[in-house]
Write a protein that binds this ligand. Structure first.
Ligand code: FAD
Length: 321
């Protein structure tokens, strides 16, 4: 299931194609892409550049913006038409919402938030973090029908672009605005041009120690230099230094970047559950005993107001920014 936002084909889709490839190589099956929306022709063209067999398209002005019922009806129609063995979603806000609804409708086994997908003896086998990432569970589907999984962003690499103009199959679905319980009227972007923390490959996150919204700018400067997004602890969000959309943790977002730089964040368990699966964690803290250092790959003991501007300068030199 592809995600298309304001006409563009999101990166998670290219990761899902890679994940699907590992299954298709085992089963000899084909990779199919489901696209839903209005004004999605450009995204469909982009999907064609990847090694996929067919692209199913449900186009309707009612589906211009994401709605649970609308998209569930559209994907259900695609599943009936395409008869897939496995359906993959991104473990994103949309994917989590949609997979549960569609899974119930088509009576599928759904495994959520997976970090690995595989297929053996007719069963979907996945690995998924449980107990807030403390351990990984290996889960195997046991039902006969279609199997579904949502895959965490930033786990699989983006697929190569070796596609040869996949066939596009249009699927129609009759759905009216009345059947959609809630309609999104408008979307306002909060961080223009920046990736959401759930999609970012690099995150520079700040905590209570930043002391003000104004001071968060030093993190933004470092983030801009590195092409990163800015994240925050709940203490920073509660104090009004950063918006809730940037909050990482139990009551914020679960992120999985290649690099997470925690600046003046103590490492409370509720923060760790949101970022502990990051591939490389760097902690900057003036307290050598801060718990975050136990989870960090690299630690810098020091005052973030000195360390962060120095890092920005060094990265500028390195990256020629
Ligand atoms: C139900 C529940 C849900 C929660 N959900 C979340 C959540 O989603 N996300 C989340 O983050 N928290 C969450 N929390 C809150 C969590 O328990 C912590 O209170 C919070 O993470 C602390 O934020 P902090 O690390 O920014 O602040 P603090 O714990 O106050 O840590 C500040 C750190 O900055 C260091 N420091 C201070 N000044 C400097 C400086 N100049 N340079 C370098 N280091 C400095 C200090 O040594 C300290 O380690 C939740 C709590 C509860 C009860």
């Amino acid at each position: 299931m592809a995600e298309i936002r304001v006409g563009s084909f999101k990166k998670i889709n290219t990761e899902l194609i890679s994940a699907a490839k590992t299954i298709a190589e085992k089963t000899g099956g084909n990779i199919l892409v489901a696209t839903v929306g209005d004004g999605i022709d450009q995204a469909i063209e982009e999907a064609k550049s990847y090694p996929v067999h067919k692209i199913f398209a449900v186009k309707d002005p009612v589906l211009a913006r994401y709605s649970t019922q609308g998209y569930a009806s559209a994907l259900e129609a695609v599943i009936k038409e395409a008869d897939p063995a496995v359906v993959l979603f991104g473990a994103t806000a949309m994917g989590k919402d949609l997979s549960a609804r569609v899974g119930a409708r088509v009576d599928a086994a759904l495994m959520t938030d997976c970090t690995e997908v595989d297929f053996e003896d007719g069963a979907l086998k996945v690995k998924r973090p449980v107990y807030s990432g403390k351990v990984y569970a290996n889960v195997v589907s046991t039902n006969e029908g279609v199997k579904m999984a949502s895959v965490r962003p930033n786990i699989y690499p983006s697929s190569d672009k070796s596609g040869e103009s996949a066939e596009v199959v249009e699927v129609s679905v009759s759905i009216s605005e009345d059947q959609i319980g809630a309609v999104v009227k408008e979307i306002e972007s909060t961080s223009a041009g920046k990736k959401d923390v759930t999609e970012a490959e690099i995150i520079v996150a700040g905590g209570r120690s930043l002391k003000s919204e104004e001071n968060f700018k030093i993190l933004e400067q470092l983030a801009d230099t590195m092409g990163a997004s800015v994240g925050a602890s709940r203490a920073a969000v509660d104090a009004g230094y950063a918006p809730h959309s940037q909050q990482v943790g139990q009551t914020g977002k679960v992120v999985n970047p290649k690099l997470y730089i925690a600046c003046g964040i103590s490492g409370a368990i509720q923060h760790l559950v949101g970022m502990r699966t990051s591939k490389v964690i760097v902690a900057i803290n003036k307290d050598a005993n801060a718990p975050i250092f136990q989870h960090a790959d690299y630690g810098i003991e020091g005052d973030l107001f000195e360390v962060v501007p120095l890092l920005t300068e060094e990265f500028k030199k390195m990256l020629g920014a």
